[in-house]
Design a protein around this ligand. Structure first.
Ligand code: FAD
Length: 448
């Protein structure tokens, strides 16, 4: 075991995912020297692992962050609009459910393409040094990051004025902070897992009639979803309990998985020519909520993105939140006030706790409540109330996805007040709109 030369730099970032790559660009443009370490190969020249969350919903918070580093022009041609949900009902019927007001939309983007765009932009920054296939294995007592070169096995230390762990939900830095007693950390696993499958394009066109939507096959205890890709294919994801009568464990015999799809999602199965192989080969992913307190070790080490606060994917916000982290941290680093890491830890937590809670809640909404007539009435009424009270009554989903100026914690708190108002109004067959106006005036403060 040899310990190689020490490296010194202003900011060392572990993990070149969306958060690490974006933070590298922001810091470099502020004049910092940045070293970015990634355990995988260079995304500009390697092919991705199959079956690992292929596409993601990009919403306004992520768009704002990409815009801030002027990467949006490279990303825009790769986006597919998703202005609503296309529901595939058990009886074979379909229904489109707009997410917000006309013009409000989320976008589907390939995870690999987005990361490549950000790493390319980081690579163009003269102050950023990129290091691939270099894995962080822990933290030395001195505060240096312990690293391993994945090709040669050589071990070395990275010393920097500041180290940021952007190394994802399984963060080695978080584990090191916890093991050394600097933080208390947990990963609360959901008892549902996921597996990805593909719906290829047919003759260069979308196999699903509606291309621009997030497709959901809600089946109460579980669901299948599909997001569109730029090449007219879709990536579908099955979310299902890990064990139990209807579970991934019960689908282990290959014939069982096909029979389950034929019963639950026959229209989707018909569009999956490679179903048998993909279901057998694609990795079964786990989902969880990471909690860690604090995220910082003095002003030397800080965790951001999934490394600090990974969430379940049902609000489509994990990456959006990670990108927003970078903007907030950059603003704290730039303002020159003392203790930016401690301030990030103190000020960001209420928002990441809020989006963690809303993401867990949203699983029930996607797989179950979308089928409920009361939910559907309340959703339509919310949009009507938003038209009557623009900038004041904004559906919670819209605050999270389309309004980056509204913090997650504010969206959660206002969403609770709005839900009480909706519950009261939908007790009657027809909502009393003048009463709605009075309730909103009395209970929902104007947004600052
Ligand atoms: P990551 O993307 O995990 O990047 C971490 C990087 O660090 C990786 O490149 C990794 O290789 C590297 N790394 C890891 N360990 C080490 C180490 N020891 N040393 C060096 N490098 C290391 N979010 C959304 O906003 N919208 C969605 O629709 C959405 N859908 C999702 C669907 C699924 C099924 C899942 C699982 C997640 C989804 N997410 C979504 C969440 C999103 O993927 C994450 O929140 C986002 O990728 C977090 O970015 P990050 O940069 O913090 O971490």
């Amino acid at each position: 075991m040899s310990v190689g030369a020490k490296v010194t730099t202003d900011l060392a970032i572990i993990g070149a995912g969306p958060a690490g790559a974006l933070l590298a660009i922001l810091a470099a443009r502020r004049g910092q020297s940045v070293a970015l370490y990634e355990r995988r190969g260079d995304p500009r020249s390697t092919t991705p692992e199959a079956g690992r969350s292929i596409n993601l919903a990009l919403a306004a918070r992520g768009m704002r962050a990409l815009d801030a580093v002027r990467v949006l022009p490279q990303v825009q041609p790769l986006l597919v609009r998703m202005p609503g949900r296309q529901l595939h009902l058990a009886d074979g019927g379909e229904a489109f459910n707009a997410y917000g007001l006309p013009g409000e939309t989320n976008y589907s983007i390939s995870r690999v393409d987005l990361t490549r765009c950000l790493v390319e932009a980081a690579g163009h920054e003269p102050r950023v040094a990129l290091h691939f296939r270099q894995r962080c294995s822990g933290l030395a007592d001195s505060g240096a990051a312990l690293m391993v070169d994945e090709d040669s096995g050589r071990e070395f230390e990275v010393q920097a004025t500041r180290i940021v762990g952007a190394d994802g939900a399984g963060s080695a830095l978080r584990k090191a902070l916890a093991q050394q007693g600097h933080a208390s950390a947990s990963n609360e696993l959901l008892d549902h897992d996921y597996r990805e499958l593909s719906i290829p394009a047919v003759n260069g066109s979308s196999a699903l009639a509606v291309r621009e939507a997030l497709h959901i096959w809600p089946r109460r205890g579980h669901m299948l979803i599909a997001l569109p890709n730029a090449d007219f294919s879709f990536t579908a994801t099955l979310f299902l309990p890990r064990t139990g009568p209807v579970s991934f464990a019960s689908l282990e015999p290959p014939a069982a998985a096909r029979a389950f799809f034929a019963r639950e999602f026959p229209d989707a199965l018909a569009l999956m020519p490679d179903f048998g192989r993909e279901f057998a080969v694609h990795r079964q992913g786990i989902l969880g909520t990471v909690r860690c307190t604090p995220w910082n070790l003095d002003e030397r080490v800080l965790l951001i993105g999934d490394a600090a606060h990974a969430i379940v994917p049902f609000h489509g916000q994990g990456m959006n939140c990670a990108l927003e982290d970078c903007l907030l941290l950059d603003a704290l680093l730039a303002d020159g006030a003392p203790a930016p890491f401690a301030r990030f830890n103190a000020t960001r937590r209420a928002d990441t706790d809020a989006i963690a809670a809303m993401s867990l809640e949203n699983y029930g909404e996607m797989r179950d409540e979308v089928l409920d007539p009361v939910f559907q009435r309340q959703q339509a009424l919310s949009l009507e109330l938003e038209r009557r009270h623009p900038g004041r009554f904004i559906p919670r989903y819209s605050m999270v996805m389309f309004h980056p100026e509204i913090a997650y914690s504010v969206a959660l708190a206002r969403g609770n007040i709005q839900q009480q108002i909706l519950d009261e109004l939908t007790r009657d067959a027809e909502p009393d709109l003048p009463r709605a106006d009075r309730l909103i005036d009395a209970r929902l403060p104007a947004l600052p």
